[in-house]
Design a protein around this ligand. Structure first.
Ligand code: NAD
Length: 366
């Protein structure tokens, strides 16, 4: 199979790094890479050539790829150029927007969406949501430390003592737990909370305090995802958050509800009461944000609080993010690509859940 890699116009990452290109070639495939595709992630054209890949223009890649992999979906006009039988693999987030999915279906291409892979043990090695969320959690803390006009660790010096920064993490899933671990490593005092009962032990095992709000709804059948909470719980949660938010120097919010807008956890009234100079990093900004004053992809200062809305923080660690994304892609490709041949078994749970278009039809939601 001829597998294409393009230069992502909207992202610093690349879906297949040179090492992976070499492995895929060793598995009886060909690789065609757009010139410069790895530049922003610090992978050079020479490394792609050395891996055995051929280089070409964007048009060359699009015209000849039988499988094309990208971190974010291609541009609308790109789908028109792909061969009629091509397989496109990317993160389409169809529950959020169907625009690109429709385009893939209109051109009768087979579309696989990496973010639709079920969160089962068997699919853990293909889970781009987890590998990217973990990087985002780490980067959120680094970004917060950079914007905070204070130290993170406690210091006792001849010039006086500095107390540790107080960090509050909302949503202790993959991103939240990595943020907890990173903020602990930087020496701050960390608290976290989540509606899922399982999160308590995970937060405590990292040495942070779990903020308890009783009465949350938790559904094991939700596949590891959180569920919408009752109005009574939301009220209790708001009061508890208010109490903790006004003491915090940094708040990192990661709370998401699959296929729905992110829950509002920090109101504008809370921000107004927060300490001058404190920082909020809202990782849930692309789905509406956890803070009422968040603006997606912007840094704003409101009531003296710096609020950064960024759901793509993994793209700011592009070298390692591409390496991990590629590993996930490789493990996924292996489910239908054997010895250079495509064999799609739609009874396979992973393929069935992630295949969003086939034969001109949108399969997502069916
Ligand atoms: P996510 O990105 O959908 O949400 C982030 C966190 O926000 C979650 O922990 C969620 O419970 C929390 N949250 C949602 N609403 C909230 C609210 N109102 N208040 C506070 N917190 C709220 O989730 P995620 O991080 O991608 O994954 C969540 C969990 O799924 C993981 O911690 C893990 O247990 C499980 N998981 C399992 C697998 C697997 O088995 N393959 C893979 C990945 C994740």
């Amino acid at each position: 199979m001829k597998i294409g890699i393009i230069n992502e116009k909207l992202d610093n990452r690349v879906a297949i790094v040179p090492d992976l290109a070499k492995r895929l070639i060793g598995e009886s495939n060909e690789i065609i890479a757009e010139k410069g595709c790895g530049n922003s992630a610090l992978y050079t054209d020479d490394e792609y050539t050395a891996s055995g890949a051929s280089l070409g223009s964007r048009d060359d890649v699009l015209k000849s790829s039988e499988i094309i992999c990208s971190v974010v979906p291609l541009e609308i006009e790109d789908y028109k150029i792909l061969p009629a039988t091509a397989i496109v693999v990317s993160s389409f987030q169809p529950y959020f927007s169907l625009e690109k999915t429709k385009e893939v279906a209109d051109h009768k291409l087979i579309g696989f969406s990496m973010d639709m892979i079920p969160r089962i043990t068997l699919a853990q090695a293909m889970d781009v949501l987890s590998s990217m969320a973990s990087i985002a959690g780490y980067k959120a803390v680094i970004l917060a430390a950079n914007h905070l006009p204070k130290y993170f660790p406690m210091l006792t010096t001849a010039a006086g003592s500095i107390p540790p920064a107080k960090v509050l993490i909302m949503g202790a899933g993959v991103a939240g737990l990595q943020a907890v671990a990173t903020a602990k490593r930087l020496g701050s005092v960390v608290q976290a909370f989540d509606t899922r009962a399982a999160a308590k032990e995970e937060v405590q095992s990292l040495g942070a305090k779990f903020v308890e709000v009783e009465g949350s709804s938790d559904d094991k059948a939700a596949g590891g995802y959180a569920v919408e909470q009752t109005d009574e719980y939301k009220q209790k949660q708001r009061e508890k958050i208010f109490e903790e938010a006004v003491k915090a120097d940094v708040i990192i919010t990661t709370a998401q509800l699959r296929g729905k807008p992110a829950p509002t956890l920090i109101t504008k009234e809370m921000v107004a009461q927060m300490k001058n100079g404190s920082v909020i990093i809202d990782i849930a900004s692309s789905t509406g944000g956890n803070c009422e004053l968040t603006e997606d992809n912007k840094t704003v200062v409101k009531h003296g609080v710096t609020i950064i809305g960024n759901s793509e923080l993994a793209a700011e660690v592009p070298n390692h993010a591409s390496q991990l994304f590629g590993k996930n892609i490789h493990n996924f490709l292996k489910t239908f690509l054997k010895d250079g041949k495509v064999e799609i078994d739609m009874e396979n749970e992973i393929l069935k859940s992630s295949c969003i278009t086939s034969k001109g039809e949108i399969l997502y939601g069916k």
